[in-house]
Design a protein around this ligand. Sequence first.
Ligand code: A3P
Length: 292
Amino acid sequence: MDNTDQYLLNFKGYNFDLPVVDVDFLENLEDFEIRDDDVFIVTYPKSGTIWAQQILSLIYFEGHRSRTEIVKTIDRVPFLEYNIHKMDFLERPSPRLFCTHLPYYLVPKGLKSKKAKIIYIYRNPKDVLTSYFHFSNLILAMQATNNMEEFLEKFLDGKVVGSLWFDHIRNWYKYRHDFNILFMMYEEMKMDLRSSVLKISHFLEKELSEEDLEAVVKQATFTNMKSDPKANYNDILRNEVGTRYDGHFMRKGVIGDWKNYLTVEQSERFDRIFQRKMKDFPLKFIWDVKKE
Ligand code: A3P
């Protein structure tokens, strides 16, 4: 009954979340018209998409920074392939902000003009795995698993939405010169949010005043996002996507939570695969916060 086929749509070699994806849209994705001032957040699931959505929304919308406008982040920075509010993207005023989990080879070809900007957020994959394990058990649109071992197997086989983490990051990095792209690390954002926001705003050529920068940083912290109904997705999860229990999209937001969920054996197995698959990969990862 609860089988993988109910949840995954394999389209051109990549797994989409079947209950929420619009297949007709996928068919025409390659030709989706890109504007020069479009901005895309690209992530593998559970790498901090919602966080980057919040940061972008705060950077671009004065009314968000000043809290004078009540618009949900998802409506300011919608998912391209999971357009749950059925927004007419062609009607949206510029600059349009989007997020996506697409692999490099499925994105609209207009992105290769290198004018539109892409921010790729990546996170150490053991924390991605841990976050993903909880998330797929939480929401009805994903297949639940009985334990971490079961989920780990699925993750390492790429039998999850987003397919293989290793392929996603490796290929986006490999083909980075085809795009106008900035790579940002979740852990760096966590350790120094202010510098990260500055780096992002600089890349977007949206220089912020000191006051605006403060407002962005303040409203993009985990604690503030978790308690902000515009930012925390609680409403969407409960009332639109549906959940299996009373959990949160904004779960813990920390570095190194994998240590609480992976056994030593699982962690070492992961390390062996990581070392094999990510050999020669130049980006570094932060797996834990060093304690003094
Ligand atoms: P955890 O489940 O480890 O808590 P995505 O949006 O790609 O699905 O990523 C969700 C993950 O990012 C969740 O991880 C969530 O808590 C974390 N996250 C979201 N906003 C954050 C923030 N402001 N600071 C730190 N982590 C954040």
